[in-house]
Structures are given as structure tokens and as C-alpha cells.
Write a protein that binds this ligand. Structure first.
Ligand code: PEP
Ligand code: MN
Length: 354
């Protein structure tokens, strides 16, 4: 695939390209008040969800076509470009009719090839920048597949949005960043602009700034950040939205580093290693938590901490599995001996606790 620039007339090719606005368009006042404040801060591209894919029924599912008129007014009054999410052919027709400048495909939609194809068909012959969010599940091929469907419909002004990946175990992040996935996408398609969506990755305001900085350090092209004139009263995603003032403050603090060409590949690979190591540490911590739960169970049932049969089984199975994955069986054994030792230490701590 060969991509063309997503920049619209008057937009500077300067990192980061920022898209900002509320999760959802709620009322005309909320849309206009947020847009005016963002435009005052010099922001050029407005976002607002008109149709909202909600996990459960009963929540605010978007204002619908009525909100498109408000986006038209944002354009007219502030001169900002406007963008929204489309999930069906009808959303595409309505958005194009309303003169929306940039469309994005949401994470739940990207995960569904039927829906993406329907959108691609509706977009045939149209020249408009499209941003494709990663699918909710960490599947790079599915993400690329969605890009290909839109590209094959003749749209070349494409970009992607990294918004993190769903997991059962929600800890720090609402959606795990798994940075190695967008990094690998960038390695395969160096000309494809990548936006980071710190709002949906973090799920909370305090994570927006560090996530924006990390995206800039990874050489991402842009940021799409949820901003609301009165975040606490937002009808969707209240905990992750920031005021235009706070957003401006965050953007001004960003350090934008240049990348030197010669070490580019090495730097990228090292970032992937860092990411792998961080994932290993998180997984290990999860394993230790479970080990401690087992410790509690053993304590309550008067079972010894060390269960030799189980230990041998672990060493053997992990050795074989590691070997099947191209690693030395002895190395694998050493790793699991060390892990097991730490698990036993943690369990003994539990047993000895009063
Ligand atoms: C959104 O951007 O408001 C949205 C619904 O995001 P996602 O598709 O990433 O969940
Ligand atoms: Mn949202």
C-alpha cells in the first residue's frame, strides 16, 4: 500500500497533529463551547462522536444526525476541521452530506470485517482522510486488513489510531497499550501516520500527559485527545476527558525529539525490547499475585508450600514449551527455577503472616 498525505489545506506538517474534542456531541452548547475554547488554544481539528458504540444498552448512544449540524456550525464559526466516527454505510452518507472533513473507524468496528467492508463500499470514489483505530483485540493482521479494505476502495489518505487493546484484567490502563503492535505496524508501513489516543488507552486524566509524551518519543505523527468544556458532567467517558485549558497545558509541556536517521532501526528495535521487558514484568507480577492466592489457600487448608510433583511438572513442561519456541531447554529451566523460587518466597511470606 502506498499512502498519500492526510494533511488538509492549511494544516502544518508538524508533530504532533492534534485532534481534540469531546467523546460525544451532547448538546449544541457543549459542542460550541468546547470548540470555541479549543480553537482559542490554536487547535485545528475538532472531534466529536455522533454515534456511540456502547458496551451495554441504556447508556448514551449518541445524539445522531442532529449533532452533524452542530459540527457544521463548529466549522463555520471557528474554522476548525471536523471529524467523527462512522460505523455503518449510513453514518458515512450522513457525514459526507454534512461536510465532515475526516472520518475515523472505531475499535469495535475495525474488529468486524463485514462492517469495515460496508464502510469501504460506501466510501468508493470519495477522497477524504480516514483514520482507522486498532481493533479491540491485539491482532495486527486484522488492523492491516481493515486498512486494506479501505485502501482497496480507492482511499489513499489513510492514517491509524492506536487506542490500546481490551483485556479482562484491567489494571493501570483502560486498554493496554502494547506499544510493540503499532511499532511493528510502523516498521511495515513507514509512511502511514500513526495517532495515539491517550484518552482511551489511559481511561483517566492523569495518564494523558505521560501517554502523549510516550507517543511522541515513539515518533508518532499525531494525538487524538478527548476534551470537554465540563469533563465531570460528560455523558460518556467523563473520567478521561480534560478541559481545553488542561489539554493546552499538556501539549505545551511535550518534548518533541527529532529522530536521527542512522540509528533509526536500532532505536526502534530497542523500543520493542523495552516494551517486551515491561510486558514480561507485568506478567510476572500477575503470576506472583496468583501464587500468593495459592499461598492463602494452602495456609487455610494446611498444605505445604512446596509441592515437589507440581514443581517438576512445571520445569518439564516449560522446558519443552520453550524448546518448541526456539529456546534452549536448560535456559528455560533456569528461568523457571528462579520464578518458582520467588513464588515460594512470596507464599512463605503469606504463610508466616499473622
Ligand atoms: C471514541 O473515540 O470515542 C471511541 C468510541 O473510541 P474507541 O473506538 O477507541 O473505543
Ligand atoms: Mn470516548
Amino acid at each position: 500500500m502506498e499512502f498519500e498525505s492526510i494533511l488538509l489545506p492549511g494544516m502544518e506538517p508538524k508533530r504532533p497533529i492534534v485532534i481534540a474534542g469531546p467523546c460525544s456531541a451532547e448538546t449544541e452548547e457543549q459542542v460550541m463551547c468546547t470548540a470555541r475554547q479549543l480553537a482559542d488554544k490554536g487547535l485545528k481539528i475538532f472531534r466529536a462522536g455522533i454515534w456511540k458504540p456502547r458496551t451495554k444498552p441504556g447508556g448514551f448512544e449518541g445524539i445522531g444526525v442532529e449533532g452533524l449540524t452542530w459540527l457544521k456550525n463548529v466549522k463555520k464559526e471557528t474554522g476548525m476541521y471536523v471529524s467523527t466516527e462512522v460505523a455503518t454505510a449510513r453514518h458515512v452518507y450522513e457525514s459526507l452530506k454534512a461536510g465532515i472533513d475526516i472520518l475515523w473507524i472505531g475499535a469495535r468496528t475495525t474488529a468486524n470485517p463485514f462492517a469495515v467492508q460496508e464502510i469501504a463500499d460506501a466510501l468508493k470514489g470519495v477522497d477524504i482522510p480516514i483514520l482507522i483505530k486498532n481493533p479491540v483485540n491485539p491482532d495486527l493482521e486484522l488492523w492491516i486488513g481493515a486498512l486494506e479494505r479501505i485502501y482497496n476502495a480507492g482511499l489513499k489518505r489513510l492514517g491509524v489510531i492506536h487506542r490500546g487493546f481490551s483485556s479482562y484484567d484491567k489494571k493501570i490502563y483502560r486498554n493496554l497499550p502494547q506499544w510493540h503492535i503499532p511499532i511493528e505496524l510502523h516498521r511495515r508501513y513507514p509512511d502511514l501516520p500513526i495517532f495515539c489516543d491517550p484518552s482511551h488507552i489511559g481511561g483517566k486524566r492523569e495518564l494523558i500527559a505521560p501517554l502523549c509524551q510516550q507517543a511522541m518519543d515513539l515518533n508518532f505523527e499525531g494525538l487524538i485527545v478527548e476534551s470537554h468544556c465540563d469533563p465531570d458532567k460528560a455523558w460518556s467517558d467523563a473520567s478521561q476527558q480534560v478541559t481545553p485549558d488542561v489539554l493546552d497545558y499538556i501539549l505545551n509541556l511535550l518534548v518533541i525529539r527529532k529522530e536521527t536517521q542512522t540509528t533509526e532501526n536500532l532505536t526502534e528495535l530497542r523500543k520493542q525490547i523495552d516494551e517486551c521487558d515491561n510486558n514480561l514484568i507485568e506478567e510476572l507480577a500477575k503470576r506472583m499475585r496468583i501464587a500468593r492466592e495459592i499461598g492463602t489457600y494452602k495456609k487455610e487448608h494446611d498444605i505445604t508450600v512446596l509441592q515437589t510433583g507440581r514443581y517438576n511438572e512445571i520445569l518439564e513442561k516449560r522446558g519443552a514449551r520453550g524448546e518448541a519456541c526456539g529456546m534452549d531447554a536448560d535456559f528455560m529451566k533456569k528461568v523457571f527455577e528462579a520464578i518458582h523460587e520467588e513464588s515460594v518466597r512470596q507464599q512463605i511470606e503469606i504463610i508466616n503472616a499473622k
